[in-house]
Design a protein around this ligand. Structure first.
Ligand SMILES: C[S@@+](CC[C@H](N)C(=O)[O-])C[C@H]1O[C@@H](n2cnc3c(N)ncnc32)[C@H](O)[C@@H]1O
Ligand code: SF4
Length: 377
């Protein structure tokens, strides 16, 4: 049971519009239509108002993250309206991290400075690769020169955190070259995602595969190359210079509560009767019509499982205290005992490591994290 006031200090806003739909992506996305954008901004304003009313005690926001989809597909006026909607309904801390995901095709020379003026403190550029062949394989609508020019324009503004998204383990990719070029560009943060072939995507229908060997090789290269540029891995796929970790994503991995707004956005909030609930908004059409979010109430075991499995994604690991449930029912206690036994076995095998009160995934296991987590729970 939750006692005392809870802190909900993070807001995710989903912007579903994209310049083109990439064949590897299964996020909730669609091509822009001006009438839909107008309806989207109005509905978003209403949703933020309702959320703020429902949670008057939530406190100032520490992070706001505009993700997608492609938030940079909105014009400056539209972004200004969206940020004004947020500021009208929520108090933001003065040092709040306000992040935006941008697509290389949306970055003209003058736009980054205007995004900075609007108040964004963190920009993430979807470079994906510095090799034209890889970008073509990924079905991206831009070449490497365009992506790197976009990154340079964002870096040139200064005074904010710049991330580049890279996709690794793509057939025919020179991963080391991509890592070196992006790290040398001067980014503060680098996300290197292993290509996942998601069901329902065009790549999946084409029978595209990613070899485990390519995956392992990519993870090993990132570990060997990025530290020499001052980029330390703090999560499976994420690397940052000191002071530039993504506070918003850290909040997810550390099991904090967050608000979600926009079509298909998720939220993790206190449940009315204690414990936690996960909410998922409807896709665009239904969301525009006012369809309520799908609510999943988490039981005590769900809460522990999510805290343990997401916490283990972090290089700092997870506090073993997440496994302690006060007044656990007999079946819950028995299940947790089983998990603790499996943890002890994985520690004995050297696959998990105890560091004081924390549990950390051994370096060699990071590449097979999903398999390890499946064995654990
Ligand atoms: C919302 S997009 C970023 C902004 C913008 N929409 C773009 O693509 O440039 C989030 C990121 O998720 C990553 N991503 C999406 N689908 C992926 C997949 N199937 N495998 C690996 N990474 C993926 C890409 O690196 C992408 O930049
Ligand atoms: S990768 Fe980015 S641009 Fe491509 S479909 Fe996904 S969200 Fe849209």
């Amino acid at each position: 049971m939750q006692s005392g006031p809870v802190e909900i200090a993070h807001l995710y806003v989903h912007v579903p519009f994209c310049p083109t739909i990439c064949p590897f992506c299964n996020f909730h996305v669609l091509r822009r239509r001006d009438d839909l954008v107008e309806a989207y901004l109005k509905r978003l304003d209403a949703e933020l108002a309702t959320t703020a009313q429902q949670w008057p005690q939530s406190g100032p926001l520490k992070t706001v993250y505009l993700g997608g989809g492609t938030p940079s597909h909105l014009t400056e006026d539209e972004l200004q309206r969206l940020l004004a909607s947020i500021r009208r309904r929520f108090v933001l801390r003065e040092d709040a991290e306000i992040g935006i995901e941008v697509h290389p095709l949306n970055v003209s020379a003058d736009r980054p400075a205007r995004w900075r003026e609007l108040g964004f403190t963190r920009v993430s550029v979807g470079v994906q690769s510095t090799q034209d062949r890889v970008l073509r394989t990924l079905g991206r609508p831009h070449d490497a020169a365009t992506a790197m020019a976009a990154l340079q324009s964002v870096l040139a503004v200064g005074g904010w955190t710049v991330n580049a998204d890279l996709i690794v383990a793509v057939h025919g990719q020179d991963v080391a070259a991509d890592l070196h070029r992006l790290a040398a560009s001067g980014v503060d943060h680098l996300s290197a995602y292993t290509l996942t072939i998601e069901e329902g995507t065009a790549l999946h229908r084409q029978g595209f595969t990613v070899s485990e060997e390519a995956e392992r090789h990519a993870v090993e290269l990132a570990a060997a190359i990025l530290p020499s540029y001052g980029l330390a891995r703090y999560e499976v796929s994420n690397h940052a210079r000191p002071g530039h970790r993504c506070a918003h994503n850290l909040a997810y991995w550390q099991g904090r509560y967050w608000f979600g707004a926009g079509p298909s956005a998720t939220a993790s909030l206190p449940a009315p009767a204690g414990g936690r609930q996960l909410l998922r908004n409807a896709p665009l059409d239904a969301w525009l019509d006012g369809t309520a979010a799908h609510v999943e109430l988490l039981d005590a075991l769900d809460v522990v499982r999510i805290a343990l499995l997401t916490g283990l994604r972090l290089a700092e690991g997870v506090d073993m205290a997440v496994l302690e449930v006060a007044d656990a029912a007999q079946e819950v206690a028995a299940e947790l005992d089983g998990v603790k036994q499996r943890i002890a076995r994985l520690c004995a095998q050297g696959r998990l490591v105890r560091v004081d009160a924390r549990l950390v995934v051994a370096v060699d296991e990071v590449v097979v994290l999903e398999r390890l987590l499946a064995e654990l729970w």
